[in-house]
Design a protein around this ligand. Sequence first.
Ligand code: UDP
Length: 338
Amino acid sequence: MAAVLVTGGAGYIGSHMVHALAEAGENVVVVDNLSTGFAQFLPQHVPLVIADAGDESLVERVIGEHGVESIIHFAGSVVVPESMRDPLGYYRNNTMTTRSLINAAVKRGVGRFIFSSTAAVYGNPDHVPVREDATTRPLSPYGFSKLMSEIMLHDAASAYGLNYVVLRYFNVAGADPKGRMGLATIGATHLLKIAVEAATGQRAKIDVFGTDYPTPDGSCIRDFIHVADLAEAHRAALSYLRGGGASVTLNCGYGRGYSVLETIEAVRRVSGRNFAVQYAQRRPGDIMTMVADTSRMRATLDWAPRYDNLETIAAHALAWEEKLFRERHGEVRHAASA
Ligand code: UDP
């Protein structure tokens, strides 16, 4: 049976993808160098090739040995401030790796390619909700490394007959509803991760970066999408391509925003723990409001969200954090309750 190659399949989003594909009865093979992924996130029977997704001859071999017919490419580096300090590292890990992978796909006749992109390609949007045809003006090497990959994919598709779906993720959050995997990166800076770390007593407080924005409560607004819904969007993208769909670029969000303060409140409510919240200075480079226009995605893919609820996202993130904390420290310390 033909297989789907998932690069970065041992990572946060990739592992949700691998489980979703395996549960749907697909044949899957993972290439992951385990630099930020965890082999234990993978189902037992799914083959893991521990290697760099940019190792072109190895990927060609994997394609041949497993009969790969589609590639879903998650592997890459994702930390915006790190990309400012090490831009060439980001152009290597993201842009050059994607180039190698596309080349391997073209040489081996793999006709379908799904690519993890990001709302960071838009930079500071002129209009929100932001549409896919908005001007792309990334503010970081991370955003550029993804945009350059999108451009290569577009050009390769025109020249070599590859079909692709580019998915531009908004704020991915939550964890596996069954508790098998979630965000496990040490030192992650994402809002919900920080909030659940505070709720589990691993941090004394959470800072709110900016409460003087011209938004209803003064804090920034984000479009959070549950990681399991995002994985399902990739499955829908695969079905779309298998059904002969033309190459397309799609926003991946729910199309509505929650403020930073609302998000922290949701974590307080679901945890029942009244951890300290401190109002702080704006974080340099933050965009005020980032919300997807999802009309193209909803019109193109046979996809409907299952977890479009901030409290559900917060509850899953919290349950995962508690599990992680128990595994790492053997207990859950409770933050002071009100
Ligand atoms: N944020 C915050 N406190 C934190 C972490 C994040 O106030 O400890 C804010 C951040 O300033 C931004 C929003 O939460 O307005 C989302 O930030 P995150 O880093 O999660 O994702 P981004 O949208 O920057 O990719």
